[in-house]
Ligand binder design. Structure first.
Ligand code: FMN
Length: 189
């Protein structure tokens, strides 16, 4: 089993990365292989709507998304993380989401287990989780839920609260890591 974490903050070592790392730590404790991709290290253009992928599911834009397509295809579970930017996902996250249009036609994400991790200072984390859940649904992924971590400056999420009553950000991150592994296991039985 392979779980892929995708960090869509432009800020390295930031709160989204901490949430994803914690989720992947929890997954590794269950004995599974994990990988983390930092979109901040990548050049990913927005979808240009050329519809070149409609026939064969192959995106013609030659950039770092090609490597992420491979990683998405090889993953059993995907934990997708973004900071909240103006009550929305980051521009980096939107570029990745839109570029998965190429996979819509070939249903390459169908049946993969998906979870979301959202870092926010104060407002909009619930809306962003809903946006990510909608993307999972359109791509026919199996949604095991999401975590919220509150914090503004880098690292604040380590002490931050989560979205649920009484929960911590890191506790919620660990929960989605475990839920992702649990669902992949159930589906493979
Ligand atoms: C351009 C921009 C827009 C933001 N918009 C919001 C927002 O709408 N709501 C919110 O709660 N935090 C907002 N924030 C704060 C970030 O979501 C918060 O600092 C988060 O922890 C950043 O995660 P990161 O360290 O992974 O980049 C914004 C930050 C930036 C830079």
């Amino acid at each position: 089993m392979k779980i892929l974490g995708i960090v869509c903050s432009p800020r390295k070592n930031g709160n989204t990365e901490i949430l994803i790392e914690e989720a992947l730590n929890a997954a590794r404790e269950k004995g599974v292989e994990t990988e983390m991709v930092l979109v901040a290290d990548k050049q990913i253009s927005p979808c240009d709507g050329c519809d070149g992928c409609v026939e064969d599911g192959v995106c013609v834009i030659e950039d770092d998304m090609q490597e992420i397509y491979q990683k998405l295809e090889n993953a059993d579970g995907i934990i997708f993380g973004t900071p909240v930017y103006f009550i929305n996902v980051s521009a980096q996250a939107k570029a990745v989401i839109d570029r998965t249009y190429a996979f819509l036609w070939t249903r390459k994400l169908r049946g993969k287990v998906a979870a979301a991790a959202v870092a926010a200072r104060r407002i909009g984390a619930g809306q962003v989780l809903s946006l990510l859940y909608s993307w999972f649904t359109v791509q026919r992924m199996i949604n095991v839920g999401g975590c919220i971590g509150y914090g503004r400056d880098k690292g604040e999420v380590k002490e931050g609260v989560g979205g649920g009553p009484g929960s911590t950000a890191l506790g919620e991150a660990r929960a989605i890591g475990k839920a992702t592994v649990g669902m992949v296991n159930r589906l493979s039985k």
